[in-house]
Write a new protein. Structure first.
Length: 367
């Protein structure tokens, strides 16, 4: 096996492979990337058993073949070299890497590609296409609300379902919920609601450009994504996602509206003196103003008042500041609306004017 490649072109793809590979232990085949050279192209594969990645790039193939190489060191070697052409050659279990512009040579050991795990292929599945930009927005609005409590594994991913002709993503950790629903004007094939691990969604979010389509197919145990020259797949999380509609208030009695930037900056300042275990802050809203304050501790306390649009009676609600900070970072509107009924019932956080998503936050006990 022998081929020449452009350093920058391969480095881009190998860095994605390294993101997926779960271990840097060079004994395991799972720490290796699979390289297959044939007909002027190089196929690159990486897996952590749950998430699979495949792409192809054009290379100058002098001799076809396939092998696997320790990804972490392979990437480090390529990164250390200047831009330009690099030669890759395999001889038995040894791999030689030689840059065209330097008198340098690196040798790595390989593991036979025969031992590399087989990838699940999307047989008899219907793909549907949505704009990458829109799906990335759906990920951005939900993925941070995924639970990291492994005893509640069915909440360790983002729930995706088709409702009428809309695609919906929902995430919850039991104390907050993120919801987004988009209609793409296409016929989406029927599929049962599935729980997608955040790892593959975060990879798509980081690696997919905003232009172009994203093709999605949902299988019995796997989900598949294709965009540009990339193919990703992931094992789905088994289990029953909670009946999230029960926690979404049908209506709220009161609401107030504030400038998003004012809110984010005030939260950031008050959070400096928040007790970090509970992360509790107090929102006291009255006609024309919102006061954000921290609980008094041995260190001290913080308080900031910002203007708001509200004409009801004064009320105080205790919330985890992180549960407000994260949606506010991605809400994408100049103003934001908080809806509520009473201090210990769910608070709804929406863009103003309203968009196709919202966030639900459960209040904390007043102390």
């Amino acid at each position: 096996m022998k081929f020449s490649f452009d350093r920058d072109a391969l480095l881009k793809e190998i860095s994605i492979a390294q993101e997926i590979i779960a271990t840097k232990n060079n004994i395991s085949i799972l720490s290796n990337v699979l390289l297959s050279a044939d007909n002027g192209s190089l196929t690159i594969r990486a897996t952590d058993i749950k998430v699979n990645f495949e792409t192809r790039i054009p290379v100058d193939v002098q001799e076809g073949g396939s092998t696997t190489v320790f990804c972490d060191k392979f990437m480090s070697i390529i990164s250390s070299l200047p831009p330009g052409e690099i030669e890759f050659e395999q001889n038995d279990v040894k791999i030689f890497i030689r840059p065209a512009t330097k008198k340098a040579r690196f040798q790595l050991k390989s593991i036979s590609s025969d031992k590399y795990p087989e990838f699940t292929v999307p047989e008899n599945l219907s793909f549907f296409e949505v704009p990458v930009k829109d799906f990335k927005e759906m990920i951005n609005q939900t993925v941070f609300s995924v639970s990291d409590d492994e005893t509640r594994y069915f909440m360790n991913g983002v729930y995706m379902e088709k409702v009428d002709e809309k695609l919906q993503l929902v995430a919850t950790d039991g104390r907050r919920l993120a919801f987004i629903s988009k209609e793409f004007g296409i016929a989406i094939p029927d599929f049962r609601g599935v729980i997608i691990p955040p790892k593959i969604l975060s990879l798509i979010n980081r690696r997919a450009h905003d232009e172009g389509p994203l093709a999605i197919a949902v299988g019995e145990k796997n989900v598949f994504f294709r965009f540009a020259n990339y193919e990703f797949s992931s094992v789905l999380i088994e289990g029953q996602f909670p009946n999230y509609s029960r926690v979404i208030p049908e209506s709220q009695e009161h609401s107030f509206e504030v400038d998003t930037k004012d809110m984010v900056e005030a939260l950031k300042r008050v959070a400096l003196l928040v007790e970090q275990k509970s992360r509790r802050i107090y929102m006291t809203v009255g006609p024309g103003s919102l006061t954000i304050s921290s609980q008094e501790t041995e260190i001290g306390t913080a308080r900031e008042e910002i203007p708001c649009r509200y004409d009801g009676e004064e009320i105080t609600i205790a919330l985890n500041y992180l549960y407000m900070e994260e949606p506010l970072k991605v809400i994408g509107s100049e103003r934001v609306c908080f809806e509520f009924t009473e201090p210990m019932k769910a608070v709804t956080l929406k863009a103003e004017p309203a968009k196709d998503f919202f966030h639900i936050i459960m209040p904390m006990q007043m102390e």
